[in-house]
Design a protein around this ligand. Sequence first.
Ligand code: SF4
Length: 322
Amino acid sequence: MAENLLEVKNLKKYFTVKTGVRKKSFVKAVDDISFSVKKGETVSIVGESGCGKSTTGRAIMRLDEPTDGEILFNGKNLRTLSKDELRKARKDIQMIFQDPFASLNPRQTVFQILNEAMAIQRIGENGKRRDKIKNLLQTVGLLEHQIDLLPHQFSGGQRQRIGIARALSVEPKLIVCDEAVSALDVSIQAQVLNLLKELQQKFGLTYLFISHDLGVVRHISDRIIVMYLGKIMEISDSEALFEKQAHPYTKALLSSIPRIDLDSQKDRIILKGDVPSPLSPPSGCPFHTRCPMAIEDCKAIVPALENVRENQASACILRDKV
Ligand code: SF4
């Protein structure tokens, strides 16, 4: 069995918010989560907006400094690395963002964008990276002669390919894809997902895929983590999760994926209300205010994440009845 490339242990990211004169509160964006990602695996984190999935990605990259917990990458705790060690580690962990336009400097050509990324990580010699960059463009489905174009001269899907090329340019081991295809049309989404799969095989990459859409991650994930209000509700092998869900929230998320058969419309679970404010999360199970299965105990008991079957764990006191 492949070894862990990434291990996240009891990760917390709390944001301080001013709630009045001399009054502060905490938003527990990520609240004590643990999971691991094996070498060559694709693990997806899904959940509605505000569930903490993107904050988890940013905390792993240390773009948002974690409040507590350990982030072990290849056995080294990223939280205790010196500045120079962290710069080196960042070469191995790259991020692809939702909005490629916002993450690419509009005044730099594709060559300048990739050359800069490689120079920062001291990859290749100054003045000798052009051929490698041309190769990279071909690898991600762009054309060599596009090397001197600016980001606005590309379509949305092509810009995301530039983002992928930039990530690949420093020869990473892990790529965190934060809503990497959410802004794209469905047909382009499929092309980019296929490209990511091909690149994974070619370069032995490991992916942490962050998405609000279970449908998008279905075909690329080995395992799926479902988050709600900063906590993990379910972790499961992807196949097992689509076969049988072990948490009412996963069930509701899955039922909301659009399908064309009319019968599926009847099975749709419409969740009541909005996600509660993370400033004052509900007592007990964080999902109890919207859960169609909630009982009185759910208001008081914080369910632990426990195995329901091999490779599937759920944080629900009624996990065997879901
Ligand atoms: Fe629903 Fe209760 Fe399970 Fe939470 S613990 S998911 S509220 S049944």
